[in-house]
Design a protein around this ligand. Structure first.
Ligand SMILES: Nc1nc2c(ncn2[C@@H]2O[C@H](COP(=O)(O)OP(=O)(O)OP(=O)(O)O)[C@@H](O)[C@H]2O)c(=O)[nH]1
Ligand SMILES: [Mg+2]
Length: 492
């Protein structure tokens, strides 16, 4: 019969497939399967190896992490405890049972040699019992020994923790002692008094002119005296407007016959100067925030960085945590100079790359100060730019960004002015004040100039208080400016 079409198309089962040599076929299939299995096993081994290597690499830094540069390292001390009563007893029991088993074994051997099989068999049971007892006693002794080693490890850990705590306490005490020493050192740098720093202004500046006028024999107030006063004041560095005000006041009083003599005129000017400079400024370096943020501005070379360093040293000596922001990114040397002060003052410094955005650096510094619970941030800024952006525009931006970093900040905008610039300092102060709203002034280099009278002009024209007076290069040479002390130093 002819097979149906369907039957012709049906594929026969594998077992029915016949080729020339059935034995060779099955060998080939076996080889292929074996090769595939081998490849899979190799791949699996490789994957496991790679994973383990990666896991080890990840684990490595974790193991090192606690060993920070400052954390003292303590080795685990070796602790050896004597064996306890139970352990000794169990060991003795095991030893005695072993001996007994040994004796029974030799007795049994002797009996067997004498052909006393039944007696030897009886001893065999006793020997087994002794061996069992020895084994159990040995196990109990080992358990006791394990407990003892565990106790040794615990004691070792406890001792290590104790040693670590002692080492940490010693390290903290050493740090505190060093900080206290530094504080004493900074305080011991006596520095100049304000009066000492104003010597040139007193002996060569406008005060020397006034003293010439009022010194010597008593003089009646006449037009000659008033003309001389006008000349002295207009050539002084107190500014035209202030000089004008003082002269007008003197003339008015003379007209009203309120001035009996030139001495009286000196008193009147003293009182008026005292009134003008009596603008109170805060010297606390705090009150805002926290952190309290001071933005420091001023033309290049006015003494910004030096003043920041001195303020930072004062604040850290008073126990404050200080962060300095190297916002003058236009000169590489500016950040380096601030770095030196930061180290000296034990303050933290945040700096960016040269020519990086000053606002970004200051933003980062405030962020860090907030995270670290710092009390004070003092931000340095550039005094001159190499870019097309005008300096005042850049400073306005810095101020806006500070407010973004900490709403309400900066709490102080300190303008650093070089007193040797005389009346030009008044003009600078006006420009900075218009741009960023100055809250106080630090007047530097009073020790090297006769133009200290500029303080009077600044206070009079801008109604801005002078908070700090720089009278030298040492930390202590930055004096809190006290209006009364200033007037006394000049007039008495
Ligand atoms: N004698 C004296 N020198 C001072 C005083 N304050 C600052 N100086 C010096 O003035 C020079 C300039 O001071 P800096 O602090 O670098 O001035 P700056 O405003 O930061 O300058 P730039 O970074 O260039 O904008 C330095 O040599 C300071 O030592 C002071 O009160 N008395
Ligand atoms: Mg500087």
């Amino acid at each position: 019969m002819q097979p149906s079409l369907l039957a012709q198309l049906t594929v026969p089962p594998v077992s029915e497939v016949k080729t020339g040599d059935g034995g060779l076929d099955s060998t080939l299939i076996t080889i292929v399967i074996a090769a595939a299995v081998l490849v899979m096993v190799l791949l699996l081994v490789r994957t496991l190896y790679v994973r383990r290597k990666a896991a080890r690499a990840l684990a490595a830094p974790k193991a090192l992490a606690p060993q920070t540069a400052t954390a003292p390292l303590v080795e685990l001390p070796k602790v050896v405890l004597p064996a306890g009563e139970a352990e000794v007893l169990r060991l003795a029991e095991a030893e005695a049972a072993r001996k007994s088993a040994e004796e029974l074994r030799s007795q049994r051997a002797a009996l067997a040699a004498e052909g006393k099989g039944a007696e030897a068999q009886a001893l065999k049971d006793q020997e087994e019992a002794a061996k069992k007892l020895a084994y159990q006693a040995q196990k109990s002794a080992e358990a006791e020994e394990k407990k003892r080693h565990e106790a040794e490890r615990e004691e070792s850990k406890r001792l290590a923790a104790e040693l670590l705590a002692t080492a940490r306490a010693e390290e903290a005490a050493a740090k505190a002692a060093a900080a206290a020493e530094e504080k004493v050192r900074i305080e011991a740098q006596a520095g100049q008094t304000l009066s000492g720093g104003l010597q040139k202004t007193k002996n060569e500046g406008f005060m020397s002119g006034l003293n010439r006028l009022f010194g010597g024999a008593p003089r009646a107030i006449d037009e000659g005296v008033l003309a001389e006063l006008e000349e002295v004041l207009f050539t002084a560095d107190i500014g035209v407007k202030t000089a004008q005000g003082l002269v007008t006041m003197a003339r008015d009083k003379a007209k009203r016959n309120e001035l009996a003599s030139a001495d009286k005129l000196k008193d009147v000017i003293r009182t008026e100067v005292a009134r003008i400079v009596d603008l109170r400024a805060s010297h606390t370096l705090g009150g805002g925030g926290p952190p309290h943020v001071i933005m420091v501005v001023g033309v290049n070379g006015s003494g910004k960085t030096t003043t920041i360093g001195k303020l930072a040293a004062k604040a850290t000596a008073a126990g404050k945590k200080v962060v300095l922001a190297a916002g003058d990114t236009f000169r590489a040397a500016a950040a380096e100079q601030l770095d030196v002060w930061a180290v000296r003052a034990h303050a933290q410094l945040v700096k960016g790359k040269e020519d990086s955005d000053p606002s970004a650096v200051i933003f980062e510094a405030i962020k860090l100060a907030k995270e670290n619970g710092a009390d004070l941030v003092i931000a340095d800024t550039a005094g001159r730019l190499h870019t097309k952006t005008p300096l005042m525009e850049e400073l306005k931006k810095v101020k806006r960004v500070i407010d973004k970093a900490l709403p309400g900040a900066p709490h102080e905008v300190l303008l650093v002015l070089d007193s040797t610039n005389g009346q030009n300092a008044i003009m600078q102060a006006r420009q900075f004040h218009d741009a960023v709203g100055i809250t106080a002034i630090a007047l530097t280099k009073l020790d090297g100039t006769a133009k200290g009278g500029v303080i009077i002009g600044i206070c009079d024209e801008l109604k801005l208080p002078v908070a700090w007076a720089g009278v030298g290069e040492k930390v202590a040479d930055l004096r809190p400016f006290e209006p009364k002390e200033f007037v006394q130093a000049l007039f008495d």
